[in-house]
Design a protein around this ligand. Structure first.
Ligand code: PGA
Length: 253
């Protein structure tokens, strides 16, 4: 049994005060939902305060990135060791990092490795862009990114994968549930080949890309999709709670 999982990626949104307010608004609705794991991923600057706010809560905290070195002269970067006491999860290889900050799958694999070594659970993001999608290369791109991003990575029970077609992120154009399920099924097969069947079966794989309270059922109603990585809708209390509730309901039937 895979425990359903919903993670909210706030991206570069919310000041500290806005983040505190958002957590206060969302907390009751999330905490009253059973049989689901929920993580909020605010900006680095808000992590300490939100970590303290959430002490004793079942809501988990995640970061949106890290640098793979433990410490040293890397101005502006945040290390896995700095996050280890604060967060349980860390989003890695998000398409915005790949697109705007030059992150290759090779860099991502170093980040995944050092996150795991520090005891963090990576939410590894992979997905094809619009040109690749239109050229029918989804399978090839997704498999390639997955294998390269996990190169040299030992199977770790905390690992989560998010399939996020780049053309669906922040565009309001989500993939169909059926199609996302097919790609996620391929990801699970690829993981079986890379590690083994048991690990692949237990691994949680999320869909991400324009998920809302209105379309979440289409995704989590699919057998292979274990939850969602939510961007825009994770900043809207009603939407996010609806996503969490519907996921818990559909996955625990
Ligand atoms: P979106 O973002 O829900 O705003 O499309 C998803 C993501 O980037 O993780």
């Amino acid at each position: 049994m895979r425990i359903p999982f919903v993670a909210g990626n706030w991206k570069m949104n919310t000041t500290l005060n806005e983040g505190i307010k958002l957590v206060a608004e969302m907390r009751p609705g999330i905490e009253s939902t059973q049989n689901i794991e929920v993580a909020l991923c605010p900006p680095f600057i808000s992590l300490t305060v939100i970590h303290n706010l959430l002490s004793g809560s079942k809501i988990k905290l995640g970061a949106q990135n890290l640098f793979y070195e433990e410490k040293g002269a890397f101005t502006g970067e945040i290390s896995p060791m700095m996050l280890a006491g604060l967060c349980e999860y860390v989003i890695l290889g998000h398409s915005e990092r790949r697109q705007y900050f030059g992150e290759t799958s090779e860099i991502v694999s170093r980040k995944v490795n050092s996150a795991i070594k520090a005891g963090l659970k990576p939410i590894l993001c992979i997905g094809e862009n619009l040109t690749e999608f239109e050229a029918g290369k989804t399978e090839e791109i997704v498999t390639g990114q997955l294998l390269k991003s996990l190169a040299g990575v030992d199977p770790s029970p905390g690992l989560v994968i998010a399939y996020e077609p780049v053309w669906a992120i922040g565009t309001g154009k989500a993939a169909t549930g059926e199609r996302a399920n097919e790609v996620i099924s391929l990801i699970r097969q690829t993981i079986t080949g890379l590690y083994d069947k048991n690990f692949a079966y237990g691994l949680r794989i999320l869909y991400g890309g324009s998920v809302t309270g209105d379309n979440i059922a289409e995704f989590v109603g699919q057998a292979e999709i274990d939850g969602a990585l939510v961007g825009g809708a994770s900043l809207k209390t009603d939407q996010f709670i609806s996503i969490v509730r519907k996921t818990a309901q559909l996955k625990n039937q």
